[in-house]
Ligand binder design. Structure first.
Ligand code: HEC
Length: 251
């Protein structure tokens, strides 16, 4: 009887040694550091080359040209969601930071925090918070469509067909550009830099002073605008310059 117990005990020990103990051995996992880490939150990589120069398809919402400027101007403001302030850990300065911090669910605007805060009824939760004005219905729609289309990092060249600087009007061209790139900071309520750009008169004054061109063309002696965002395309700068040269008319 006791012999059986001893044999069973030894058998169990051998089994344990063979399987139990050996199955617990882990191979050491070596973490190989990234040899060339790129901080994408501060230095977003340029869009892939194959999309550079591609003409824009009007059925597609392009992150780089249509979504990022709105977020930079209205949300990535000092004290809100730029790299330094990152309220609630949300940083809205590049594709990577937006996808990593604003809970964007591709194809599902209703599940995406970035969209939900725009249509929020509760004024305490609605974004952007005062003094920045709410986004326009068209801007909110654009963000929803971008998410519906998969929230991709797409870029196109609005000037692929060439840059036409003739007949540039304030209402048809200059003001729409200012609305998406500048009004979040230079809006009507406590505008930064001490001036707003939300009326024709205001834009005309800045234009005729030379500061508008100096700032968007990144000329020396002027603060480069839009602050913290990508520069306007060469063609946009040329077109706005053509409008200024023609007298900055209210056309
Ligand atoms: C993220 C906020 C922000 C955005 C977006 C922005 N600005 Fe500014 N802007 C500022 C601040 C802050 C100042 C004042 C401080 C400074 O001069 O750097 C300023 C100053 C300026 C000045 C005066 C520059 C000078 O050197 O006297 C002009 C002109 C200007 N902005 C035009 C624009 C235009 C046009 C756009 C859109 C294409 C734009 N800004 C977008 C924040 C912004």
């Amino acid at each position: 009887m006791s012999r059986i117990v001893v044999v069973v005990a030894i058998g169990a020990l051998i089994l344990l040694e063979l399987f139990g103990a050996s199955s617990c051995k882990h191979f050491p996992v070596e973490v190989i550091p990234d040899p060339d880490p790129i901080d994408t939150t501060i230095n977003p990589p340029p869009p892939p080359d194959d999309t550079l120069g591609a003409p824009c398809d009007t059925n597609v919402v392009y992150f780089e040209q249509q979504i990022l400027p709105i977020l930079i101007s209205n949300c990535a403001i000092s004290g809100c969601h730029n790299v330094d302030s990152h309220q609630e850990n949300v940083v809205l300065v590049s594709y990577e930071s937006i996808m990593n911090t604003a809970d964007v669910e591709p194809f599902l605007p209703g599940e995406s925090k970035l969209y939900k805060v725009l249509i929020e009824d509760n004024p305490d939760k609605q974004m952007p918070q005062p003094p920045v004005q709410p986004l326009s219905a068209a801007q909110i729609n654009l963000i929803a469509t971008w998410i519906l289309q998969g929230a991709q990092n797409l870029s196109c060249d609005p000037d692929a067909a060439g840059c036409d600087t003739t007949h540039v009007t304030f209402t048809g061209y200059v003001f729409p550009v200012i609305q998406s790139y500048c009004l979040g900071c230079h809006g009507s309520v406590s505008p930064v830099g001490g001036f707003s750009l939300n009326t024709y008169e205001a834009v005309k004054d800045v234009a005729l002073s030379g500061k508008l061109y100096g700032a968007i063309a990144h000329q020396q002696g002027f603060s480069p605008m839009p602050q913290g965002g990508n520069p306007l395309s060469d063609c946009r700068v040329q077109k706005i310059n053509a409008w200024i040269d023609a007298g900055a008319l209210n056309n």
